[in-house]
Design a protein. Structure first.
Length: 150
């Protein structure tokens, strides 16, 4: 087993991962506990994650109902998991201002071009974990209650 990264190093690695504006998996659940998992483009604003999805989708409905999600980026050998809360929602139009600009600028595609039923969700992280394989599960928390630990 390799040496464990410090919390500060893990935070730096998480920020690099988030700033890549990558593809990931977003999990939500209904109030009844029915899970949903979708692939998303996750864009990082420096404080929040912005995603876009279709308004009639179960994921959008779950975000409306529970306002909670979990995002996974990376691979099992270098994973980042974030618990998120919805802090803002807006129709995916060019008039959505900062949400539109943040998403389109980083993702390289515009949900407004896909049709009128898309929406942006700004998601604020409340907890983030980072680990490289099972050997690094210890000390994986880099954020708790919305505050960085290092």
């Amino acid at each position: 087993m390799s040496e464990l990264r410090t919390t500060a190093q893990r935070r730096a690695d998480v920020l690099v991962t988030l700033e890549r504006q990558g593809q990931g998996w977003l999990a939500t659940a209904s109030r009844d506990g029915i899970p949903r998992l979708i692939a998303v483009t996750a864009t990082w604003t420096g404080t929040d994650v912005v995603i876009a999805t279709r308004t009639p989708s179960p994921t959008a409905g779950n975000l409306d109902e529970t306002r909670l999600a979990r995002l996974a980026l990376g691979t099992p050998d270098d994973a980042m998991m974030a618990d998120l809360e919805v802090s803002e929602m807006a129709p995916a139009t060019r008039q959505a201002g900062p949400l539109h600009d943040a998403f389109v600028g980083a993702a390289g595609w515009d949900p407004a071009d896909e049709g009128p039923d898309w929406r942006y969700f700004r998601l604020r992280p409340t907890r983030i974990e980072a680990y490289r394989g099972y050997g690094e599960l210890e000390g994986r928390a880099v954020m708790r209650d919305g505050a960085w630990l290092a």
